[in-house]
Design a protein around this ligand. Structure first.
Ligand SMILES: [Zn+2]
Ligand SMILES: [Zn+2]
Length: 373
């Protein structure tokens, strides 16, 4: 004679509520879908159900408490004992007229969405693969000019062992025990009973054999691939580059997901980005600013001659049209803004100081005229 209280791990004076709680916890742990191929778990699951069937029902519980047997629970040697079918297939969930499985699934997986997610098994319909995200660090110049490079990604690809089907080829299809092959289960809600698609088999009524060992039934395995990818010119921080079809493979004929590369762009020692415009500071001498000069400056395409007009003040911004960064979509170029910064001449030499004062004497001017207006 089995001790139902012991099976559920509750005290003899436990409330129906506590019994149900203990049952749910154990059913969740030993559910056959979560323990595929584990005979011990299967046996435990049956015992748990049996104990619950009896103890959740005040009448049956009373009888069990009094006589330690279950007249109401059906025939068989030592009713409720080992006579109730040795294997999972033979275990009849429907004989008592209750919807044991429905209850369990409602309880355990009720808020998990699609039937396939509830049961751990999948209905074998085409399902697209997931998009994957990848972060890529780029030098400033590579981001500005674009680059073709090889990256290593880890994505789920069709499992070779089961040819992507997710099913162990050596195993056989079987009738779904949750619905007895009907594809629908009865659920009880208050006094109402209603049918719903069987969450265990997704309505097909059959379980498609044991899950493939290599991929755990997913039909795909984590694979590391080297991919040649092209990053277009002009990407910035947090730009997204979509590589079609290189995410996770789809399942059962579904399309593959995409690989989405997010770019991180390093700073540059000369250029600063402002959208697709570039900014740089150009240090010039006192004489270059005053007299004008042609100065070699760096650009994205190499060095170029830049004309500083005579009388250029420090802080003045000069624009070089089209020398910024190309927009990856419109293909239009931004501009390069050159900010002039006058660096004073070294004045350690007494002669230099004399000459500077001489200039002030010869051509006096008032740079602060504006301030007095
Ligand atoms: Zn079913
Ligand atoms: Zn497989």
């Amino acid at each position: 004679m089995k001790d139902y209280y012991e099976i559920l791990g509750v005290r003899r004076d436990a409330s129906i509520n506590d019994i149900k709680k203990a049952y749910r916890k154990l059913a969740r742990k030993y559910h056959p879908d979560l323990n595929p191929g584990d005979k011990t778990a299967e046996q435990r699951f049956k015992e748990i159900n049996e104990a619950h069937e009896t103890l959740k029902d005040p009448e049956k519980k009373k009888q069990y408490d009094l006589y330690g047997s279950l007249g109401a629970h059906g025939p068989g040697p030592g009713a409720g004992g080992p006579g109730r079918g040795g294997d999972f297939e033979g275990f009849d969930f429907n004989s008592s007229g209750s919807s044991t499985f429905g209850d369990i699934f409602e309880t355990i997986f009720g808020n998990m969405g699609e039937p396939r997610a509830r049961s751990g098994r999948r209905a074998h319909t085409p399902e697209p693969g997931e998009d994957l995200h990848y972060s890529m660090n780029l030098s400033f110049m590579d981001a500005a000019n674009g680059i073709e490079t090889t990256i290593q990604v880890s994505h789920r690809q069709p499992c070779a062992a089961c040819k992507g089907k997710g099913i162990d080829a050596a195993s056989k299809q079987s009738t779904c025990p949750a619905c007895g092959g009907r594809g629908r289960v009865q659920k009880q809600s208050g006094f109402m009973k209603f049918g719903s698609v069987c969450p265990s088999c997704g309505g097909s009524g059959v379980l498609p054999g044991a899950p493939c060992r290599a991929c755990g039934g997913d039909g795909r395995v984590e694979t590391t691939s080297r991919l040649r990818v092209r990053i277009p010119a002009g990407v910035d921080n947090d730009s997204k580059v979509r590589i079609a079809g290189k995410g996770n493979a789809g399942r059962d004929g579904g399309p593959a997901g995409d690989l989405i590369i997010t770019t991180r762009v390093a700073a540059h020692k000369v250029f600063r980005r402002s959208g697709h415009d570039l900014e740089m500071i150009l240090p010039v001498t006192y004489a270059e600013a005053a007299l004008g000069a042609k100065i070699e400056i760096p650009t994205l395409e190499g060095s170029a001659l830049f004309k500083v007009p005579p009388g250029t003040a420090s802080g003045q911004r000069l624009r070089l049209k089209g020398k910024g960064i190309v927009h990856p979509k419109t293909r239009e170029n931004g501009d390069l803004y050159v900010e002039i910064r006058i660096v004073p001449p070294p004045t350690k030499d007494l002669k230099v100081r004399e000459l500077l004062k001489e200039i002030e004497r010869v051509a006096p001017y008032d740079p602060r005229e504006e301030l007095r207006r």
